[in-house]
Design a protein around this ligand. Structure first.
Ligand code: ATP
Ligand code: MG
Length: 1055
């Protein structure tokens, strides 16, 4: 049953649905008891008596930090687990080293079948926890899944886990092995599609490990983690491994609330191998410690580095070198690196990873080191053998590719390069040699720092600037920590060394301090709606789209407020019941008073919107200068004439200080409506505050009931200054008063100080009050007409309808006689209260419903697009087109439209492959590819389809989030699919690197398989056959050579 039909009562529906579902089938998500108790959320853990140290003389008082929320609890790892062996006498897996406290605590929770989130420093040993979960499921004869965000990490873990556990499978987009194994390694995307299609694998699944779960922050793919966490059935235990993040407890609380099972958080307090951070200024003595092991910034070290650099620059200037150059020449770069590497070698700081955040610079830096040789003779011979063995499956010409030859030469000398432009097989060779300590200096980009356990003694930063697709900026703390964290190998190095190279200048101290010691980024939801998610959820009905949205981390607040709203709603309903029993006696007038309320509410709402707009127009802004007479209604100051004294801006809103008359010198508080406010506040304090806050609407309605009758004070001289907003200004009066308004304000403010309270008003103020009193009396008696600078005489065409409506309503209100009822205020108070309660009930029902979710409008828009394009029918049941789209991992609408508009059917397999590359390839090309007529036509057809889809989205207000079509690799893919060797297709492009081409063709194969499956689903054997042929044509040689990690004759290197 879909939630759409009963969105008014979301919670009630969930309960019903779950009860029914749970009995029917296993593996489905139950969404029962979703409310989160806010009060419990703020409870703190009370330390257990036995863990409080008896004497704490030298310890400073611990910071009172929140360690427990309703669905998450942080475990205290400052006290060791002394009885671990007693608690776990027969461990499911053992290690050769003594486990750290954080590992033991996590294992104890795994033994209890609990959910855990391990947020620990880089290289702390989080994999131990993952391995234990796998070992436990093995012992229980159940299944475990390990997911990682990166293919390289999955491959590496496959090799490691296969060695440890034996029965391990691997499923990535382009490679599957042993898919029925007890432990499966896969990408998060694969797990998501398994969940959507109700895979058998999920049935006996006990643990799912999410390695690098902070990937949830990734703007492109982060939403997949959220979807998977929501979709996982409740019987599965979740193990999340993450880098240290500031909001672990909040994140864990969301996961816990979604799964209705507590998540235990385990964090480390420090790195196992501490780090020392240095600046390198280029001279022989140029290493300056700026952050020491305990994480303290050393200013003196920084100052020294700065001075040395300045002196160097001055000296260079003396010898004619240009100062202030942002870049060095390749020759200067080469010299710096050669000298520096020699120094590192001498100081025994190798192996080192040099993070160089551009592929081009990685290659260049390595190429520059022509004279550097870091390996011994025996190491060379081993590298030679290993390299040749690893590439033995490549064809002869591929083995002679320039990149292969160049990298082999570098590796022989102990230098490696690792980035996305490098062929995957070469990257693996580099990784394996690096792990064996045979790559002594590795130039790598950021991806090398992600999760793969490849630490070095030293980490170098070639620069701390990175191009993030839009701007060149300084590294964020999280990025710096992730990369710097590769320094220091457990068991091998006492400390890890991190060196920032300052080739031209020393970065600013604040810039460095922020980057090195700043707070890493909090986990934030990147949840988004995709067509594919909507279609899948419409199809399987395991959870509604609204359910998915409201369970997302993004909407956690919505979810966690449900119980509060429920309580408030109860209170409101009770109060309404009370009132309805009291209203019997007023039966006679109830209807007319209620009509008056409705009219007044509509009028005030319309007027408020209109007034804001018209008061913002320059013409009226010009009129709103000090001295201007205004007609206002503000709280109990109903229908008063006043003098505008000054204008201010409060919280981006305009505020006006206005002098008004009153019966008393001080502002009189009228007690209308004191009891009118709803007292649904939870605490007593809130209750008392709310109870005595009169409702502004009440006064505004009373003003209307008085038919704008001008207030005239009983006594002379009473006045006050109010601060009002545009909402309170009824009209701008034509008259102005000439008075020093600043003096009036100063005089009044002075009299607000207690010792001047009884002073008489100053002369200017008295005059102003007198003028206002005279004007008020004259207007009231009719001797002076009250004219407004108003829109009535100056109607703007665009506001014509609104004004017309306002006039009509005003007329009706004037004709209304209900205010003549004796005891009007008393009776209207009851009506007002009841109407307010009704409004509150509506508000709460709205807040409780999915309509208040931030993504709800977009959901509706996307549904409209899907309906209009024929993917779903009016009842949202998925049609043929929708079923095709469900098969697509990406670009679901584009590909489906292409299939169903027969863009692919009349093309040859090689052309199909080439054309689909438009959706996959992303890099900008410098030159235009040369295309055949058919390909040109195909590209035009795809562009046409993209335009139509975009048009349709725009029609319903969706901003197109699609990547731009890119035909940059069409020619290359076409030639590859035609059978050209890799070395020849490389000659068609000089600005796209080998690794990028391979990755693109690999991804393309996934798309071809998706289309093949779709063709099968819609019963189109010809298209299916073509897709198979296209896939066969591109799936060959170096592009699809087996991974070294996964090939059976695993050539694990060892000296
Ligand atoms: N208690 C321990 N004592 C000694 N060595 C350990 C211990 N736990 C783990 N190690 C070792 O520490 C190294 C790093 O472990 P691991 O790769 O699990 O770190 P990680 O926390 O996953 O780091 P990353 O943040 O890089 O993913 C491994 O070589 C592992 O064998
Ligand atoms: Mg790890």
């Amino acid at each position: 049953m879909s939630l759409i039909k009963q969105e008014e009562d979301l919670l009630g529906l969930w309960q019903e649905e779950t009860k029914e579902d749970e009995t029917k089938q296993t593996g489905k998500i139950s969404l029962q008891n979703l409310e989160v108790d806010i009060d419990a959320d703020v409870a703190e853990v009370v330390p257990k008596e036995d863990i409080i140290p008896v004497l704490k003389i030298t310890e400073s008082a611990p910071l009172k930090r929140q360690t427990q929320l309703q669905w998450a609890e942080e475990l205290d790892i400052s006290c060791p687990v002394t009885d671990f062996e007693k608690k776990v006498p027969t461990m499911a897996k053992t290690w050769s080293f003594e486990l750290d406290t954080f590992q033991k605590k996590a294992i104890l929770k795994l033994e209890e079948h609990a959910n855990v989130l391990v947020a620990a420093h880089t290289s702390a040993g989080k994999t131990v926890v993952a391995e234990y979960a796998i070992a436990l499921s093995k012992r229980h004869m159940t299944r475990s899944i390990y997911t990682s965000p990166i293919k390289a990490l999955s491959n590496q873990k496959y090799r490691d886990f296969r060695e440890t556990f034996g029965d391990v499978g691997l499923i990535t987009g382009d490679f599957q092995v042993n898919q029925t194994a007890q432990c499966l390694i896969m990408t998060t995307e694969i797990l998501r599609s398994m969940l959507y299609c109700g895979s058998e694998v999920i049935r006996d699944l006990e643990y799912v490990v999410f390695d690098e779960v902070h990937y949830l922050n990734d703007s492109e793919r982060g939403h997949v983690w959220e979807e998977v966490l929501i979709l996982l059935p409740d019987h599965v235990s979740i193990v999340m491994l993450s880098a240290t993040i500031p909001n672990t407890l909040d994140f864990a609380n969301w996961v816990g609330a979604t799964k209705k099972k507590k998540v235990y958080v385990v964090s480390t307090l420090k790195r196992p191998v501490p780090l020392q951070h240095y600046l390198y200024t280029g001279s022989k003595t140029g290493l300056f410690l700026i952050v020491e092991e305990a994480g303290k910034f050393i200013e003196s070290g920084y100052d020294l580095a700065h001075t040395v650099k300045q002196t160097q620059k001055k000296q260079k200037a003396k010898y004619g070198s240009k100062e202030g150059k942002a870049h060095l020449t390749p020759k200067q770069e080469a010299t710096i690196w050669t000298v520096f590497v020699a120094q590192l070698r001498k100081e025994d700081k190798l192996p080192a990873v040099a993070f160089t955040l551009s592929r081009h610079r990685c290659d260049q830096n390595a190429r520059n080191l022509t004279t550097v040789d870091l390996t011994t003779g025996s190491e060379k011979s081993f590298i030679h053998r290993f390299f040749n063995k690893s590439i033995q499956n490549l064809k002869e010409p591929d083995r002679a590719l320039p990149q292969v030859v160049a990298l082999q030469d570098l590796l022989m000398r102990g230098i490696g390069v690792h980035h996305s432009g490098i062929l995957p097989i070469l990257k693996e060779i580099v990784e394996m040699l690096f792990q064996e300590g045979l790559v002594k200096l590795l130039f790598a980009t950021e991806t090398f720092a992600m999760g793969v356990n490849m630490p070095a003694r030293t980490v170098l930063f070639d620069s701390i600037k990175k191009f993030d697709g839009c701007d060149v900026r300084t590294l964020l703390p999280a990025e710096y920590i992730q990369m710097a964290g590769r320094a220091g190998r457990r068991g091998l190095d006492k400390t890890g060394t991190v060196i920032i190279m300052c080739k031209v200048d020393v970065p600013g101290m604040k810039e460095l301090e922020n980057m090195m010691l700043g707070k890493p980024m909090s986990l934030e939801s990147k949840f988004r709606l995709t067509y594919s998610m909507i279609l899948n959820l419409f199809r399987v009905e395991m959870i509604s789209v609204e359910g998915m949205m409201s369970h997302s981390f993004k909407e956690f607040r919505h979810l966690s407020q449900q119980k509060k709203y429920e309580k408030e709603l109860e209170t409101v309903k009770e109060k309404m019941k009370e009132i309805s029993s009291n209203t019997q006696q007023q039966g006679l007038h109830w209807k007319s008073l209620s009509d008056f309320y409705d009219m007044a509410a509509e009028y005030l709402q319309l007027w408020s919107e209109f007034r804001k707009e018209f008061l913002a127009e320059p013409k009226y802004v010009k009129e709103l200068t000090p001295g201007r007479m205004l007609l206002i209604s503000h709280k109990e100051h109903i229908n008063k004439l006043g003098i505008l004294l000054s204008l201010e801006t409060i919280k981006k809103d305009r505020a006006f200080r206005v002098l008004v008359l009153c019966n008393d010198e001080k502002t009189r508080t009228v007690d209308y409506g004191d009891e009118i406010q709803l007292s649904v506040a939870s605490s007593d304090k809130e209750k008392s505050e709310e109870q005595y806050k009169p409702d502004p609407l009440w006064y505004k309605m009373l003003g209307l009931a008085n038919k704008k009758k001008i207030f005239v004070p009983d006594e002379v001289g009473g006045h006050t200054i109010l601060t009002v907003t545009t909402d309170d200004i009824i009209d701008i009066v034509k008259n102005k008063v000439s008075v020093d308004t600043n003096l009036v304000i100063q005089d009044w403010e002075k009299r607000q100080i207690s010792r001047f309270r009884d002073d008489p008003p100053g002369q200017t103020c008295s005059q102003a009050v007198q003028r206002l009193t005279e004007f008020t009396k004259n207007v009231s008696s009719g001797t002076v007409p009250l004219e407004f600078v108003g829109p009535a005489k100056d109607i703007h065409l665009k506001n014509f309808d609104v004004l017309q409506k306002l006039n009509d309503l005003e007329q009706k209100l004037n004709d209304c006689t209900s205010m003549n009822i004796a005891n009007f205020e008393q009776l209207f108070k009851e009506v007002f209260r009841c109407k307010q309660l009704e409004q509150k009930r509506e508000d709460l029902l709205y807040k409780k419903s999915p309509r208040s979710l931030s993504l709800y409008p977009e959901f509706k828009e996307r549904v409209c697009v899907l309906q209009e394009l024929g993917y779903i029918d009016k009842n949202n049941s998925v049609q043929l087109k929708g079923r095709v789209a469900c098969e697509m991992g990406n670009h679901e609408l584009m590909i489906t439209e292409m299939v169903l508009h027969c863009v692919l059917a009349d093309k040859q397999p090689a052309e199909i492959a080439a054309l689909l590359s438009c959706l996959v390839f992303q890099q900008k090309r410098k030159t235009e590819p040369v295309l055949t007529e058919t390909l040109k036509k195909g590209v035009r057809q795809i562009e046409e389809i993209a335009k139509n889809v975009e048009c349709m989205e725009r029609k319903y207000g969706i901003e197109s989030g699609h990547d731009k079509l890119n035909s940059g690799l069409v020619e290359v893919v076409y030639e590859w699919a035609q059978g050209k060797p890799f070395c020849e297709i490389m000659q068609l492009t000089d600005d796209v690197q080998e690794g990028i081409i391979v990755r693109c063709i690999q991804q393309l194969n996934e798309t071809l398989c998706d289309v093949k499956n779709a063709a099968h689903r819609i019963g189109d054997p010809a298209l299916k056959q073509k897709m198979q042929e296209a896939s066969d044509a591109i799936k060959r040689d170096i592009v699809f050579v087996a991974s070294l990690y996964t090939s059976e004759d695993n050539p694990k290197p060892s000296l």
